[in-house]
Design a binder for this molecule. Structure first.
Ligand code: CMC
Length: 372
């Protein structure tokens, strides 16, 4: 048998097969480039593509939206639980709790058939935005707002947060960010979801684990950390001195670098234009100039391009969203990719159980407790 390969962080390791997406030659969801999807599709169409394998026909899309509308409900007991979670608990922690709790009211929770897994995935896709918006409003002393079946998922997120019909511009910006965040091959949270379900565990357990993995600042938590950087810098005028000093202190600049994309993240390139347009409309040109300076210097000094979290943090900021919502918004989108991977894993399962290289002590003689 060949010597086992060891690659720290599993860098470069092919850990499984997938038909859902690839990062080879740009990011592609089931054969469609993310640029085409962001330009022409809605998030619902992309969710259908990822979960069901194909872009929907008009009839299929109407049926899919109908199922999401029917799923767009959360039990009153869960809303009461959301209200009881202590004030100040980060929204990502609330999302993790809610994804787990939602299983208790899902009649298919323990059914691991392909059809039940699809149903549960669609339920979570419709329910998680309601949970996030309800907790947000309760934390602000406001009553939750009901899901509006006439609006898109993106429009509903904004409607349920602010009880105000979103402009077409804001709904589109939210839709595009959801499309870009929806799926990304074997990233850490997706891999976590696949590891969990490979034990023949269930959809809700896998999604709960994925949310825990996404929260870290090296992964999804980076979009909130990016805003921390921009707030710390303050103004475009201070950007050059700040970034040069940060790099000289070997600080890790959130929103830059990527394990796979070494020459650029296509999602960041796409979102940049939208970000600029929204900044101009909302009077945030100074923040764009600040981001430009940081980007130019990180690129020239470290050769690191920005990743998706760099522009998306600013996009959400220009949309008037609180920073605590940024990574949870990533959840509302990536739940589609996670679910597609859980379904794919369970449809052709093999337990994920790698080996470790042992670095501990050589075999030792047993010592009685009195002799230690
Ligand atoms: N700022 C400063 N230096 C960096 C950064 C950064 N953001 N990213 C990598 N480096 C340096 C790192 O210090 C190392 O330098 P040296 O060789 O001198 O020690 C070199 O680049 C290689 O870094 P690495 O950590 O071995 O590379 P990796 O493939 O493990 O890192 C990463 C990938 C995403 C963890 C890393 O780039 C990072 O920490 N970025 C900041 C966090 C972030 O933006 N995460 C979002 C990732 S993409 C979307 C998502 O998942 O949400």
């Amino acid at each position: 048998m060949a010597a086992p390969i060891y690659s720290p962080g599993l860098e470069g390791v092919i850990a499984g097969e997938t038909a859902i997406s690839t990062v080879e030659g740009g990011l592609v969801y089931r054969g469609y480039s993310i640029e085409d999807l962001a330009e022409h599709a809605t998030f619902e169409e992309v969710a259908h593509l990822l979960l069901h394998g194909e872009l929907p026909s008009e009839r299929e899309l109407a049926a899919f939206r109908g199922r999401l509308n029917e799923s767009a409900d959360t039990p009153q007991a869960l809303v009461e639980l959301l209200a009881k979670i202590p004030a100040g608990v980060p929204m990502m922690d609330v999302m993790r709790t809610a994804a787990s709790a939602l299983a208790h009211w899902d009649p298919d929770a323990a059914d691991n058939s392909h059809a039940a897994n699809l149903r549960k995935s669609e339920h979570l896709l419709a329910q998680l935005p309601i949970v996030m918006a309800a907790r947000y409003r309760l934390a602000h002393g406001k009553r939750p707002v009901a899901y509006d079946s006439k609006l898109s998922l993106a429009g509903n997120i904004l409607w349920m947060l602010f009880e105000k019909a979103p402009s077409a511009r804001l709904a589109k910006a939210m839709d595009v960010s959801l499309i870009l965040y929806a799926e990304h091959e074997f990233n850490a949270s997706t891999f976590a979801a696949r590891v969990v379900c490979s034990t023949l565990s269930d959809v809700h357990s896998s999604i709960t684990a994925a949310i825990g993995a996404l929260k870290g600042p090296l992964h999804g938590g980076a979009n909130e950390a990016v805003m921390g950087v921009l707030m710390e810098v303050g103004t475009a005028q201070k950007a050059e001195a700040w970034i040069r000093n940060a790099l000289s202190q070997k600080r890790r600049i959130m929103g830059f670098g990527h394990r796979v994309y070494k020459t650029g993240d296509p999602r960041a390139a796409y979102l940049r234009t939208l970000c600029r347009e929204l900044a101009a409309e909302t009077g945030h040109e100074d923040m764009e100039a600040m981001a430009d300076t940081i980007e130019t210097i990180v690129q020239s000094e470290k050769g690191l391009p920005p990743n998706l979290d760099w522009p998306s943090a600013r996009l959400y900021y220009y949309m008037g969203l609180e920073v605590d919502l940024y990574t949870p918004l990533f959840v509302l989108s990536r739940v589609v990719g996670w679910s597609a991977h859980v379904i794919e894993q369970l449809d052709n399962n093999r337990l994920i159980r790698p080996r470790a290289r042992y670095t501990g002590p050589a075999p030792r003689k047993w010592l009685h407790i009195k002799n230690r």
